[in-house]
Every structure is written in structure tokens, then in C-alpha cells.
Write a protein that binds this ligand. Sequence first.
Ligand code: ADP
Ligand code: MG
Length: 357
Amino acid sequence: EEVLQPARIRPLDVSVVNRIAAGEIIIGPSNALKEILENSIDAKSTSIEVLVKEGGLKQLQITDNGNGIEKDDLPILCERFTTSKLEKFEDLDSIATYGFRGEALASISHISHLTVTTKTNKSPCAWKCFYSDGKLIPMKPKTSSEPKAVAGKNGTQILVEDLFYNVPSRLRALRSASEEFHKILEVVGKYAIHTGHVGFSCKKFGESYNSLTTRSDLPIKERIRAVYGSAIANELVEIQVLPNEDIGLVQCFAQITNPNYGQKKTTEVFFINNRLVSCDPLKRALNQLYSVFLPKGNKPFLYLALEINAKNVDVNVHPTKREVRFLFEDEIIEYIVSIVQEKLTSLDSSRTFLTQQ
Ligand code: ADP
Ligand code: MG
């Protein structure tokens, strides 16, 4: 008779733990890009350039003109849970930056070859260094891992090469390079729409033109035109929702297409407290409202930027920070939908009136 033996419990190898944790935060090239973009925006950049090779799997290079990183911070830059943005747990209540977990660069360093070149405006030169598994490593064997002085402009350049080279299962699960590039463009485009004080560009390696360009300080409609084209930009209506303290809504600004416009699938660009988020209940509610105004099968373009009382928002629900939870979700959605409804109704009746004449 077989005797059942319990399987013994052993600690996982630390490198395995780190790789698993990294894979939760960096699901694909576009997640890596989003984290790096947010760091550049946090660093007060006004220009961010993205260069992509093979859908970001071969190479993802982000160049900003922000604050830069102090040379003395470079040795711990890619250690897990090192951050310049959060000091105590209570700070999460008022967090205004994108980062705070100090995990993005650490994660990326565990699953790619990472090069950082950075210069603060006080430093006479730029510093370039290489990272692997959270630590500085030498550029070539038998050389020092110390940052190397190089010529460079103020700001930071992050170069991610061979993403997931040591996570073969993830590499297999990813879509084609062109689909990954599409997702990257989508992330850059959405930030370009929302972050008007920054000029963005995104280019495929080896091509002479940019796939996307926005200048800084373009009006919102022109930014949407640059990213999504004139068919959408020409049909936008602006909506300013009045604050509603009772439900913690500080502000809501929207640019959405009018009832004359329709497309096959909804494009939604939702920012909550400046964070690019997905918010399915809001999308569902607005789609349902539009279905009353649009011919069957037609869907809107929706850009909504909500500011919700920071105390009511939990940005720490998930490592990718894509999901946020906030208090009064139903009430806030209902309130916004009612105002959009009023606007669409007024546009719709003026249209009916015009066609009747
Ligand atoms: P977090 O953003 O949560 O702090 P990250 O791993 O994304 O964690 O970044 C770690 C730290 O590295 C940041 O807190 C910031 O101080 C610095 N950093 C990262 N990217 C940049 C950048 N582009 N410019 C200036 N500082 C940066
Ligand atoms: Mg960050």
C-alpha cells in the first residue's frame, strides 16, 4: 500500500522570486513603457522621446529632459522599494506622483538588460550605468560597475533591451511585434493627450518619420487630432462637470464625440487623478447612454479626466496601478452620465431642428 508523503516546503531561489514579482508588474513592453513614461513625467520633463525596436521586445528607449538622477543615487536606483516619492504610508492619501512603490525599474532590471544615462543640471557630465537583477553591473567583464562619465544633455535616458530574455514563457505568450508596438503607441498617445505640458514622440527603430508627435502646450483638441486624427477631432464636444463635494468629485473635464460621429469600437481615454486607468463601469455607462443617440453599432470616442478627492482614492490596489478604487463610484458615474446626457440631448435636438428646416 502506498504511503502518502507530504511534499517538503523549501524557500524559492531569490532570483526566481524576483523574476516572478517582476512579471506581475511588467506584463508586456507597453507596461514597461508606461512606468518609464510616468517616471519621466514625475521628473518634470517637457519632452519625452520614445524609440521602439521589434515591438519593444528588442529595444525600448525613452529619453527625457527632466531633473535627472543624482550620481550618488545610481547604486540603489534599481533596488526594490527604493523611491524618492513616498516616505510614510500616510503619504499614499495625498500622492500626486505616478510612482511610489519603487518597483518599476527594479522589476525591469530583473527581466531585461537595462542601461541608464542621466544628467542633473548641476552635474558637469552625464553618468551611464548598467543594471541586472537590481544591481549595478560592469559594462564589460573585468571592468568596474561604477557609473561611467559620458557626454550628455540634462535629463535621463532609459534603455531596455531584450525584455523577458530570461522569462521564455512570457515571451511565447506575447503577441506579434506589430501588436506590441500598437499597444505602445496607444499608451504614448493617451499620455500625450492628457499631459499637455509635455511634447511626446514615438518612433519605430530604423524609420525616418515619427509614428506619433505632439508639441508641448498644444490645445487639447489639437492633441487629440495629432493622436487620433481629424475625423474625431472635428466632432468633439467639451464638457466641464461642476465639482460635487458630497461625492468627492473635485473636477471632471471631458472631450467626447457628438452624436454625428460613430466608430466600430469605443475609444476611451480615462485619467483619474492624472493616472491612465481603465474604468469599465464608466465605459459601460457612457456606451449605454450613447446607444440612445447613435445608430446601432456605432460607438463614441471618450476622453475623460477626473479629479477625485485623493483621500477617497486607493491607487494601491494592484502592482500595475492600472486599476484604482474610489469611494462613491456609482454616484460619480451617475452624475457624470447625467451631465453628458444633457449635452448630447441638446446637440441632438438642435440637429433634428436643423434637418427639419
Ligand atoms: P517609483 O517611481 O515608484 O519611485 P521607480 O522604480 O519607477 O519607482 O523609480 C525609482 C526612482 O528613480 C524614482 O523615485 C525617481 O527618483 C528615480 N527616477 C526614475 N526614472 C527617472 C527619470 N526619468 N528622471 C528622474 N528620476 C527618475
Ligand atoms: Mg516609477
